[in-house]
Design a protein around this ligand. Structure first.
Ligand code: AMP
Length: 279
């Protein structure tokens, strides 16, 4: 496995696999890799002859008061995880390599970015879509792998690729969870032991809401309330949102008359956690 830092190096490293017609899979990450990322790498490895993992904490997708400066980094451990799980190439560029001049061309996937995390993180999905489109142009993969944990991100990328005729197949990978339901996230590292204990309430809340849908409830407000009740039992949790949305455009629904997604975001202290379930 090679690890490279520059666009020139990665393009050169991809000449051979491209010549030999191997399918190229890309797994974009921000590093601090965990078993959720590993699942993406494994899925890519099963479907592609050559797997590229990118590791880049993208400043463009963080707001001014967000955790860019303290986002966990662990490059040596990340490289080892990539190597052990069959990645062929790691692309870990610097900020200057990705943004040598101010980025004036930005990718806005309107509407899909409007609600859920988009409402509280203005510009976040513009930053995500822009960096992912850059990575697609740098790597030119056949397929790219994204976690369903970041539901709205996946919807934004799917729509961007569709709207802009980007020749990359987007593959969604189911969320990997701890045994108590907590979705794995690099940000779980911020939680102290007490906070870690209450964190699975988000999953339980989504489960409770989804149980109401399975039992036949069609009123989204009632389903949402069922989820909120679980979260309100934990005084250390601040709820940012629980929403019932359609799976393509992430628009809130009123009546549940087709498959939907239940998404939530909470704060525990200064740590923000998100999760979602289908129903
Ligand atoms: P990140 O490094 O947090 O930007 O995540 C990189 C990719 O890993 C994204 O496509 C995430 O959706 C995905 N991912 C993060 N956590 C999980 C998880 N628990 N299960 C599956 N995929 C995940």
């Amino acid at each position: 496995m090679r690890a490279v830092q520059t666009v020139k190096q990665i393009r050169e490293s991809l000449n051979l696999p491209r010549k030999s017609s191997q399918a190229i899979g890309l797994v974009p990450t921000m590093g601090a890799l965990h078993a959720g990322h590993v699942k993406l790498i494994e899925t890519a490895k099963n479907e592609c002859g050559f797997v590229v993992v990118s590791i880049f904490v993208n400043p463009l997708q963080f707001g001014p008061s967000e955790d860019y400066a303290k986002y966990p980094t662990a490059l040596p451990a990340d490289l080892e995880i990539c190597r052990r799980n069959g990645a062929d190439l790691v692309f870990a560029p610097s900020v200057d390599e990705m943004y040598p001049v101010p980025q004036l061309t930005l990718t806005d996937v309107s509407r899909v970015s409007e609600h859920l995390c988009g409402a509280s993180r203005p510009g976040h999905f513009r930053g995500v879509a822009t960096v992912v489109l850059k990575l697609f142009n740098i790597v030119q993969p056949d397929r790219a792998y994204f976690g369903e944990k970041d539901l709205q991100q996946l919807a934004v990328i799917r729509r961007m690729v569709r709207d802009l005729n980007v020749p990359v197949e987007i593959v969604g990978v189911p969320t990997v969870r701890e045994s108590d339901g907590l979705a794995l996230s690099s940000r779980n590292r911020y939680l102290n032991p007490e906070q870690r204990k209450v964190a699975p309430a988000l999953y339980r809340a989504l489960e409770e809401a989804s149980k109401h849908v399975r039992a036949g409830e069609r009123d989204a407000a009632i389903v949402r309330e069922a989820g909120l009740r679980v979260l309100h039992q934990e005084p250390s949790i601040q709820v940012e949102y629980i929403e019932i949305v359609d799976p393509e455009e992430m628009q809130p629904v009123v009546r549940i008359d087709r498959p939907i997604r239940i998404a939530g975001a909470i704060w525990i202290g200064s740590t923000r956690l998100i999760d979602n379930l289908s129903a």
